[in-house]
Design a protein around this ligand. Structure first.
Ligand SMILES: Cc1cc2nc3c(=O)[nH]c(=O)nc-3n(C[C@H](O)[C@H](O)[C@H](O)COP(=O)(O)OP(=O)(O)OC[C@H]3O[C@@H](n4cnc5c(N)ncnc54)[C@H](O)[C@@H]3O)c2cc1C
Length: 329
């Protein structure tokens, strides 16, 4: 039976949300193939994680367990995945398009003598060939390509926050240990301490309010902060994003930038304030569930993708909106 394998990742002793998204799309592909989805977990002492993964509906959870896999050392993880893929022989293998997927994906594809498509935003099965159709933005986000290539396994890295996450079900997964032969001499770095990143993680926000050149100056972002404070009473995690122009002008740091050369996000609500909607910006937020635009130019591109729009000066609109929200709370 055709098997769709996804690489599971751990975060704060739980499954990383991207793993649930991989299981979601993996399950859909498996259904179209008449096969099953499975998850591979790497690490040391990962029985608890395997149990958590089993709750999200895979047919099998492969434990690729070894003391040397405790920390992410790419050469070792690559060797382990190479061995696991040869034993499992999946039809499709999916990874998140994050630092692990980007490091391991191309090297693993080379070892397995197959082809990888990175940063996919849609995946489906071609009914006539049973090959995976891989959709990804190309030409700096100006075009979308759909690629089909032979190769075994069919491999892709998948952009986070694009696919629906798998839901919890009655666990029925078989847990299988993968035997490994790891070469200790591959350890060329020592992990001393895992340091938490002190950067803005826009992809964790439920609501992102972004400002662009239309704010006029740095102070414009204080108005957005006021709106964020009020909205956080309803929506929890509300963060401030921006366009590249706002970064170039020195109004915001680059970790707030949304777009092709910034963060790719899909929050529940995206509010674009004084942002024209250049393609390089749109590609980073187009998958937001609801888009609200505030702009003085009714013909700007952002209104073409927005669910709701206000044609007016943000300096009038946002204080009025804050007042209404405060009255309602
Ligand atoms: C290789 C490459 C990569 C890039 N990567 C990115 C990226 O990752 N992210 C990104 O954002 N850009 C990126 N860019 C830049 C992108 O092409 C645009 O230049 C940029 O997104 C425009 O930013 P903006 O919308 O803030 O500014 P503008 O295009 O100048 O738009 C300002 C908008 O504000 C409106 N406005 C003016 N005054 C007000 C007011 N008082 N109230 C309300 N609205 C008002 C205007 O009508 C206008 O629509 C990239 C470009 C290149 C070439």
């Amino acid at each position: 039976m055709d098997e769709v394998l996804v690489l599971g990742e751990e975060k704060d002793q739980a499954l990383d949300p991207t793993t649930l998204e991989l299981l979601g799309i993996g399950n859909k592909l498996a259904n179209d193939l008449g096969g099953q989805v499975s998850v591979a977990l790497l690490g040391d002492d990962i029985s608890d994680l395997a149990e958590k993964a089993a709750a999200f509906g895979p047919a099998r959870v492969y434990k690729i367990e070894h003391p040397l896999l405790k920390n992410f050392i790419p050469d070792l993880w690559l060797s382990a995945l190479d061995q696991a893929c040869r034993q499992i022989n999946p039809k499709i293998f999916l990874m998140a398009h994050d630092h692990k997927g980007m490091e391991l994906g191309p090297r693993l594809a080379y070892r397995l003598e197959t082809k990888l498509t990175t940063d996919c935003i849609d995946l489906s099965i071609d009914p006539s060939t049973q090959l995976m159709l891989r959709t990804k933005p190309v030409s700096g986000g100006n075009a979308i390509s759909v690629l089909k290539c032979a190769g075994d396994p069919q491999m892709a890295t998948v952009r986070p926050k694009v696919f629906e996450a798998a839901q919890e079900v009655q666990p029925q997964a078989e847990v299988i240990d993968i035997a490994l032969d790891l070469d200790e001499s591959l350890v060329k770095v020592e992990s001393i301490e895992v340091v938490k990143e002190d950067v803005v993680s826009l992809d964790k926000a439920n609501v992102v309010i972004s400002g662009g050149a239309g704010l006029g100056d740095e102070e414009g972002f204080e108005v957005l902060e006021d709106l964020a404070n009020v909205l956080s009473k309803w929506f929890g995690n509300v963060m401030i994003g921006c366009s590249r122009v706002a970064v170039d002008k020195g109004w915001m740091s680059s970790d707030h930038q949304v777009g092709l050369t910034g963060s790719m996000i899909s929050p529940d609500i995206y509010v674009a304030v004084g942002i024209s909607g250049a393609i390089q910006h749109l590609v980073g937020m187009i998958h937001s569930k609801k888009i609200i635009a505030i702009n003085t130019d009714r013909d700007c591109n952002m209104f073409k993708v927005a669910d709701y729009g206000v044609v007016d000066d943000y300096e009038d609109v946002i204080p009025a909106l804050i007042k209404k929200l405060e009255e309602a709370s």
